[in-house]
Design a protein around this ligand. Structure first.
Ligand code: GTP
Length: 296
């Protein structure tokens, strides 16, 4: 038995879109908790992934990417979510892309620093930089932007150099009982996980044509004799998008349902039936009430 006291806390992950935040969280937690695609703006929700190592439990808070401009209500809500997510955490982690520092990175840094907590710098995608020494001038120049608590260069995609990051984060977790159950991977409920899985399959299948203006809402959930029946609505903004989501002869929607069902049956470890409907709600990304109603 160890007498070491437990430590538990929250680390928020910030960074402009596409720097690899979701990939990093997935690599750290070792389970898919957030969707990853090649497109920016896929992470719209605040997500907590949990990492428990020995006596320390780290809650990772994901944020939507920080967007400039914010003409759409959707962007505004996303920026507010990102800004609010630094409140009440123990550590902020700023993720940047090796060799690329942009205005949006500076913006993300100012959000990270606004909480008054230590900010650690993560330089991701180092696999793209050869030779490795070419990284040093970049790290030095970004280091001048803020008094960072630490700097860890890594590759989230290749899961390279993650351990030093976990050690650094661990140093900033305050003493205290675990905030979450040991085996809990995500604080989001199962319905949310189902909605995200459906949205992910749609995003992957419709890559070029995909409207960002797409949301998934689980509205039926019933378990009878070991069979889980789930119903979900895919909301789109226009009739033309509805046609794209359904596909010729319903093929696209059917394939989305098939892929989502297979993955969910495996993850939830039970038999399930998934029904999907497509509904139109015009211009929902411009409608702040609708955006909030969808849980952003
Ligand atoms: N080469 C390389 N690519 C990476 C690495 N980490 C992530 N990527 C890629 O970068 C792209 C964006 O990754 P995401 O994890 O979706 O980025 P994000 O910061 O969560 O993006 P938003 O959801 O838009 O905020 C994906 O194509 C990833 O595969 C890495 O270490 N090396």
């Amino acid at each position: 038995m160890s007498d070491n006291p437990r430590h538990s806390g929250l680390a928020v992950i910030l960074g402009r879109p596409n720097v690899g935040k979701s990939t990093l969280i997935n690599a750290l937690v070792g389970e898919k908790v957030s969707i990853v695609t090649h497109k920016a703006q896929t992470t719209r929700h605040r997500i907590v992934g949990l990492l428990t190592r020995g006596n320390t439990q780290i809650g990772l808070v994901d944020t939507p990417g920080l967007h400039r401009g914010g003409g759409h209500a959707l962007n505004r809500v996303m920026n507010e979510t990102a800004t609010g997510s630094v409140d009440g955490v123990d550590l902020a982690l700023l993720v940047v892309e090796a060799g690329r520092w942009r205005d949006e990175d500076a913006q993300a840094l100012s959000v990270a620093a606004s909480g008054g907590v230590p900010v650690g710098l993560i330089v991701n995608k180092v696999d793209r930089v050869t030779p490795r020494e070419a990284l040093l001038p970049f790290i030095e120049s970004v280091g001048r932007e803020h008094d960072f608590a630490f700097v860890v260069p890594l590759s989230a995609r290749r899961e390279d150099n993650l351990e030093p990051l976990v050690e650094e984060i661990t140093r900033f977790m305050p003493a205290g009982e675990f905030l979450f159950d040991d085996d809990q991977l995500s604080d989001r409920d199962l319905r949310f996980m189902v909605a995200e899985t459906v949205r992910e399959k749609l995003t992957l299948l419709l890559h070029q044509e995909l409207p960002y203006s797409l949301a998934v809402n689980v509205d039926a959930w019933e378990e009878v004799d070991g069979l889980l029946r789930i119903g979900a609505v895919i909301w789109v903004a226009r009739d033309s998008q509805k046609a794209i989501v359904i596909g010729s002869g319903g093929a696209t929607l059917k394939e989305v349902g098939r892929r989502a069902r297979l993955e969910l049956a495996r993850r939830l470890d039970r038999r399930l039936h998934l029904s999907l409907w497509v509904k139109v709600r015009e211009h929902w990304p411009d409608d702040e009430a609708a955006v909030r109603g969808f849980g952003h």
